[in-house]
Design a protein around this ligand. Structure first.
Ligand SMILES: Nc1ncnc2c1ncn2[C@@H]1O[C@H](COP(=O)(O)OP(=O)(O)OP(=O)(O)O)[C@@H](O)[C@H]1O
Ligand SMILES: [Mg+2]
Length: 347
């Protein structure tokens, strides 16, 4: 049995003293190693600790975990005035659609597409937020010209929420706002998962039609953990048209279609679909092959929702912090079309 399957089982163990929340969402599962589950308790012993240990053991055995063992560890009290890590989805209560922007591999233009799509949706009149979930290489601050700004924190109902930055009619949140430029972000696995969940769950998003989540590249543990804890409705997958990219797109699609995740893929976005030179805006050069995106979409049973050209201005605008989707150039239209189709698809 995998760790995730065990965690799924543990979600059945509810804490009667905590509004019936389960021990996973309460952050009480300290570790899962093989079939050994360690529960963390505060120094001031929880009166229901014995009950929870017994219930956890019973649930594991009932769930068929052979040799299941439940241990406990005493956690240090959180610093005064600071609440422990606690995640609920309260901050997302008024968000209608949470859409992941993913890819099988890095560097295909995921962040470029996410940032421009967010701006395009805002131009169409929607309320939009974007969470940069790439905790290792956050690029949203640079791409939106919000580098160096510091989001405020606000207390609400005894909980600290981060206030997203607003620019171009979009609410932006990124771990990049909390790190020095160029500072390497090195996280151990669980820390990375927690940091990025915070970037999404502990944020005062307010009322939004769309919250886009710029996912980190790849399809590893972080992704699975993110998908399990964030009520993401579905995803867009970004790819480049080359034949060799198909395997990566397949991996990305498989992640969402995995039986434990099972979220719809709203569409494929073919980035760098053709090259158009700055001085000849009417010409299209299919340098990575023509219709690669359409073929991939067909073979995976996913709709091709957008085709974005490779143009110098898209790269430049990313570097200068003024997304092309805000402008009047023809490249902006590709993102507006994509935004229109996504909005139509989600109603
Ligand atoms: N359609 C495009 N035309 C021109 N340049 C582009 C286009 N799409 C992306 N780029 C450029 O390619 C580079 C990589 O793009 P981006 O950072 O969006 O990719 P990513 O998939 O988010 O990468 P990572 O996996 O590192 O997060 C950037 O310099 C970006 O400006
Ligand atoms: Mg990126």
């Amino acid at each position: 049995m995998t760790k995730d399957e065990i965690l799924d089982l543990l979600r059945q163990v509810r804490h009667p003293g905590e509004g019936d929340k389960n021990i996973v969402e309460l952050g009480m599962v300290h570790s899962v190693e093989g079939t050994v589950v360690t529960l963390g308790f505060p120094r001031k012993r929880d009166p229901l600790a014995e009950y929870l240990i017994g219930a956890t053991r019973a649930t594991l055995i009932r769930g068929g975990v052979k040799g299941a063992e439940v241990k406990t560890v005493v956690l240090d009290a959180p610093a005064p005035g600071k609440k422990g890590m606690e995640f609920d989805t309260e901050g997302l209560r008024n968000v209608r659609h949470i859409v992941g922007v993913a890819s099988g591999k890095g560097g295909v233009g995921k962040s470029t597409v996410a940032v421009n799509l967010a701006c395009a949706l805002a131009r169409l009149g929607y309320k939009v937020g974007l969470a940069d979930a790439d905790v290792y290489g956050p690029s949203v601050p640079l791409m939106t010209g919000t580098e160096g700004l510091q989001p405020d924190a606000e207390e609400s109902d005894g909980k600290e929420l981060i206030v997203p930055l607003e620019k171009y009619g979009v609410k932006w949140m990124s771990i990049g706002y909390f790190a020095e430029r160029g500072q390497a972000l090195i996280w151990r696995g669980p820390m990375a998962s927690n940091a990025l969940k915070q970037m999404i769950l502990q944020v005062k998003w307010g009322t939004l039609d769309f919250l886009l989540v710029d996912m980190p590249p790849g399809t590893g543990d972080i992704h699975i953990s993110l998908l399990q804890d964030i009520p993401m409705e579905g995803a867009l997958i970004v790819t480049t048209p080359q034949e060799v990219a198909l395997a990566d797109v397949e991996k990305g699609a498989a992640m969402f279609r995995n039986k434990n995740i099972n979220r719809p893929i709203f569409g494929l976005v073919e980035n760098m679909a053709w090259f158009t030179p700055e001085e000849h805006p009417d010409e299209k050069y299919y340098i990575f092959g023509k219709d690669g995106g359409a073929r991939m979409a067909e073979s995976l049973g996913i709709e091709l929702l957008g085709r974005i050209p490779l143009v110098q201005s898209i790269r430049e605008s990313g570097d200068s912090g003024a997304p092309v989707a805000l402008g009047t150039r023809p490249d902006a239209q590709a993102f507006l079309d994509l935004a229109g189709r996504l909005a139509a698809k989600l109603g």
